[in-house]
Design a protein around this ligand. Structure first.
Ligand SMILES: Cc1ncc(C[n+]2csc(CCOP(=O)(O)OP(=O)(O)O)c2C)c(N)n1
Ligand SMILES: [Mg+2]
Length: 788
């Protein structure tokens, strides 16, 4: 039975003990130094073999050293997961270096081959990385979907309620410009999202410049509207105490109205510039002028730059006070480049300290020359030992990285019955059969769709397994006896996560659910459905999921011209090419129900295999006659990407190569041609991408290891003489298959769609796009005649 989810009780914040504060402040400094030095080493000291700039973001790191020290060494719980602002990657490496989980060599090789990655990477970094980041905004939003997945798992008894962690994003303020943040915010509100913390490094600088003043407080409104608690950490303790002194309030008021650009520029210029401006602007506040005069230039600079996000006490108090499950946006005011000579300069995003400046920083921190990589350098023996012990005792020192999750057994997937059916129809039947059965796999299926659940044929599964909702959602139409084939009732036992029309969210949801094994210790089988053309809408998120090796099944339907009258704007043309260029994703385009059943069974295994990946099934609504198979010899070929549906005899001058919903035309053309050409072959392609990948791999193996491997496509095409021509046919860009000519040098006449779609009946459209049987026959005749 699913458990009810009870809110966890908030705990009262305790004041930070003095020694704890001192250790966290020391760690703040260690992170500042190690990140700056790691980037410096990569750019100025490591030998450059290609003269290309290495890069790194010293200012972006310096902006959040206190935030990360306070989070990682004070607030983080054992089950919490964090997406780190991409360009603060060196800080994450520095943290793991101090924890003894990262070797110095990886830091020395930062951004080098095999070294610490420029942006935290789950798959490429040696340290535990909870979520890869890089494309801004996506790392933020995935935390919300990870929290939703966590709730799904708790509700299904796969995770104990007490094991729930907080899903945390450390983000730059310019990430708030990414639209996907708001798509996910809205989705989160609908799903009663909880357990998220998003911590904004609010330095009010992006890459190019300082950010718009008009956005002051607007983010508060937006997030509060979506149910989030917003905690603004504007001032550090030093500022708050100074503002409480006579004349201090006027400085606070001045800061309140100071434009971002002015604040940043004055920070860059330093204490004397602050004095000049404050004295001029506050000339009629004598007490304030006295207060300013009591600060020398250094103290004034410190006062004006100790914002909330740089104050450990302010940060830890805020984290301690937010110990319930409510989503919280922390807006931590910071200065980009804080503590570095780059501070505040609008061009500091990719700015690097000069060798002289890094020397100055080293000296100011008491680090001896030659001890730059020493984790505890400059602290003195006692302080170093205490800090080391503090770090060793921190919660995160014992925090596990990824979990190993058991594989879920894959049942046989029977072929749906029917002499004629569409792959989309067969998909619905297969899932319905799974839903009715009792296999452990069916219980692990999390389906999700951006408002196209019914029209992509997930309806029967959802009728059987229900909508997932943390709170019960009554099916009002059913209650009021309004007939509908679709049950629309939600509760914690439901398995389908219905999303609004935001395809980006679909892919982030699939990415999060596809990481359930490593993140939460139990595998899910995520299945997401979408209309094929709208894959493009979420491409960066799809790439993001694949980049971090999330495992999911994407089912895109309807596709291509088979949309018929519904088509036009909706006809997908290039997704097979997209998939071909997407590492971690294998595209299959079955033509028949038996191919689909086989490929789904394969997919359920492939999603769970250590060297597996995600799978994209491109399905169609076109009902086609199903073949009577003489044997099972086709099956391995279908998994490998193609098989001879009709094997050619030797010395055929031409062959037809066809994929998916174009099989009826290919078969009809074959029948027409075979009268004169008995022995004509018909190659049925299920996956151009798989064929291409294996072909490339075989080439690479020869090049790398001298191994002689022959890929499936080479073997298949070896059945034809080199002089033969190929007519390739697909309901997609013809480039999906035309490359086959490069495998053994066959001439190709490629048919497909390479213009934007029209509405129309299939015969109209196949005529218009030269995809009907006559076009295939003509293309074959052209090849036989020697013309292209
Ligand atoms: C989708 C995407 N677009 C552009 C970039 C390039 N980029 C990296 S960081 C950045 C500015 C980020 O500013 P902010 O989030 O405020 O970070 P911080 O000021 O802390 O460096 C940009 C444009 C990117 N990484 N991802
Ligand atoms: Mg910024």
């Amino acid at each position: 039975m699913p458990r009810t989810i009870a809110p966890s009780a908030p705990t009262a914040p305790q004041p930070l003990a003095r020694d704890r504060l001192a250790q966290l402040e020391a760690l703040d400094q260690r992170l500042l130094w190690l990140s700056a030095w790691t980037i410096h080493n990569a750019n100025h000291l490591r030998e450059s073999v290609d003269g290309i700039k290495v890069g790194g973001h010293q200012a972006s790191c310096a902006s959040m050293t206190a935030i990360m020290a306070a989070l990682y060494f004070h607030a983080l719980g054992p089950n919490d997961r964090v997406a780190v602002k991409p360009h603060a990657g060196p800080l994450l490496h520095a943290i793991h270096y101090l924890l003894g989980k990262q070797g110095v060599e990886a830091l020395r090789q930062f951004r080098g081959f095999g070294g610490a990655q420029s942006y935290p990477s789950r798959t490429k970094d040696a340290i535990p990385v909870d979520f890869s980041t890089g494309s801004v905004g996506l790392g933020v939003a995935i935390t919300a979907f990870a929290s939703l997945v966590q709730d799904w798992m708790i509700a299904h008894g796969l995770l104990g309620h007490e094991e729930a962690g907080r899903m945390i994003a450390l983000m730059g303020d310019a990430e708030l410009d990414e639209g996907n943040i708001y798509e996910c915010l809205i989705e989160g509100y609908k799903h009663d999202l909880r357990n998220c913390w998003w911590i904004v490094d609010y330095n009010r600088q992006s890459l190019d410049a300082t950010t718009a003043d008009r956005m002051f407080r607007r983010f508060d409104d937006i997030f509060e509207t979506c149910g989030w608690r917003v905690v603004t950490l504007k001032h550090g303790k030093l500022q708050r105490e100074t503002f409480a002194r006579p004349g201090g309030q006027a400085i606070a008021d001045w800061i309140e109205t100071c434009p971002n650009a002015d604040y940043a520029a004055l920070t860059y210029k330093g204490g004397a510039a602050w004095r000049e401006r404050l004295v001029a602007d506050l000339a009629d506040h004598p007490e304030t002028l006295r207060l300013i005069a009591a600060h020398d230039d250094g103290a004034l600079q410190q006062l004006m730059t100790t914002l909330g996000g740089h104050c450990i006490e302010t940060l830890t108090a805020a984290f301690d006070a937010a110990q319930d499950e409510r989503n919280t946006l922390f807006i931590a005011y910071t200065i980009k480049g804080h503590g570095l000579p780059l501070a505040g300069h609008k061009d500091n995003h990719a700015g690097l300290m000069t060798p002289g400046q890094i020397e100055g920083l080293r000296e100011s921190l008491g680090i001896a020359p030659g001890e730059e990589w020493e984790p505890w350098a400059g602290l003195g023996d006692n302080a170093a030992a205490e800090l080391r012990a503090f770090v060793a005792a921190s919660t995160i020192a014992a925090k596990a990285g990824d979990h190993a999750a058991e594989r879920v057994p894959v049942p046989a997937i029977p072929v749906p019955e029917g002499a004629a059916q569409s792959t989309q129809g067969a998909f619905g039947k297969i899932l319905f059969e799974l839903a009715k059965g009792r296999s452990p796999l069916a219980d692990r299926i999390l389906t999700t769709s951006p408002d196209v659940t019914v029209s992509t044929n997930l309806g029967a599964f959802v009728n059987s397994r229900g909508l997932f909702r943390r709170q019960d959602l009554p099916d009002v139409f059913r209650q009021l006896n309004v007939p509908s084939p679709q049950k629309w009732q939600g509760n914690p036992a439901g398995q389908h996560v219905e999303l609004g029309i935001a395809e980006h969210n679909l892919f982030l949801m699939l990415a999060a659910a596809g990481l359930a094994g490593p993140l939460f210790g139990e595998r899910l089988i995520p299945i997401g459905t979408v209309y094929d053309p709208f894959i493009a809408r979420g491409l960066d998120a799809l790439n993001y999921g694949c980049y971090q090796d999330a495992r999911f099944l994407l089912v895109a339907t309807p596709s291509g011209l088979t949309l018929g009258g519904e088509g036009g704007a909706h006809q997908s043309i290039n997704p097979p090419l997209i998939a071909m260029g997407q590492p971690g994703l294998t595209h299959y385009e079955p033509a028949t129900a038996d191919e689909l059943a086989l490929l789904m069974e394969h997919a359920f295994r492939h999603l769970q295999a250590p060297d597996g990946g995600s799978i994209y099934l491109r399905l169609s609504t076109r009902t086609i006659d199903q073949p009577a198979r003489a044997d099972e010899g086709w099956k391995q070929g279908a998994i490998d990407g193609a098989y001879w549906r009709i094997a050619p005899t030797a010395d055929q001058p031409v062959a037809i190569v066809a994929m998916g919903a174009m099989m009826p035309e290919a078969l009809a053309a074959h029948a027409m041609l075979a009268e004169d050409m008995p022995g004509l072959g018909l190659l049925q392609v299920t996956s151009p991408g798989k064929l291409h990948r294996d072909w490339s791999d075989a080439r690479a193996a020869i090049w790398k290891r001298g191994a002689h491997a022959t890929s499936p496509v080479e073997t298949l095409l070896a059945a034809l003489p080199p002089s033969a021509g190929l007519v390739t046919v697909c309901d997609a860009s013809p480039a999906s298959l035309s490359w086959l000519g490069g495998v053994r040098g066959h001439r190709v006449n490629p048919l497909g769609t390479d213009r934007f779609g029209q509405t129309g009946s299939l015969p109209d459209l196949y005529g218009e796009y030269r995809l009907d049987a006559e076009a295939i026959v003509e293309a074959a005749a052209g090849l036989i005649a020697g013309a292209r």
